[in-house]
Design a binder for this molecule. Structure first.
Ligand code: HEC
Length: 165
């Protein structure tokens, strides 16, 4: 094999690593303690009385490796284009739902609609089937991240693009 051939192969391997590494930055939250209590269509209290940070929540809903909510929902986040329309618009969501109702929907929408396509961001791993061994016993987001997102959605009371954040 010629020297140039080897250089080409090396370059190919390096580009593969550079291209594919960004697809695996997902943080895994191993062995989560799922201890929330569902009442009617709500989860009344945050787990262990965590306090959400709405600014972090806004970033988490945008982040494609975290919530990626914009893939399916419209939100008052004008700096991102092409919001999805598979799910309902979340503009003014807190005029329609209470904080406790929003918490259950973000935690595990399948508790309300068993055939929902919305990911259960803090769904009990025991209920998740056909999963790669890498993600066994994991939730998509941490309890703190769910609270951050809930606290952001609670701020959405006004007209589109007039979010206080
Ligand atoms: C794969 C698409 C998808 C993703 C990603 C997604 N959702 Fe949903 N979401 C839905 C669908 C569809 C519904 C409608 C309810 C159902 O599934 O029956 C919904 C409903 C909701 C509702 C209730 C809305 C209402 O008017 O009752 C909230 C709140 C919500 N989603 C928040 C979020 C948040 C926050 C994220 C990101 C952390 C997110 N969703 C990510 C598809 C998605």
């Amino acid at each position: 094999m010629s020297f140039f051939m080897l250089v080409k192969i090396n370059n190919f391997i390096i580009s593969c690593i550079v291209v594919f590494i960004p697809f695996f930055p997902i943080t895994i939250h191993a062995s989560p303690d799922i201890n929330y209590i569902i009442k009617d269509d709500s989860i009344l209290n945050s787990r262990n009385d965590l306090t959400g940070d709405p600014y972090k929540g806004r970033e988490l809903v945008r982040d494609r490796n975290k919530g990626n909510c914009l893939a399916c929902h419209q939100l008052p986040i004008p700096e991102d284009a092409f919001h999805g329309t598979i799910g309902p618009s979340l503009h003014k969501i807190s005029l329609r739902l209470t904080e406790a109702q929003i918490r259950l929907r973000v935690t595990d929408m399948k508790q309300i609609n068993p055939i929902s396509i919305m990911p259960g961001y803090f769904r009990s791993p025991e209920k998740i089937t056909r999963i790669s061994p890498l993600y066994e016993n994991c939730t998509i987001l941490s309890a703190q991240e769910v609270e951050d997102i809930v606290s952001y959605l609670v701020t959405l009371k006004s007209d589109p693009f007039e979010s206080p954040l």
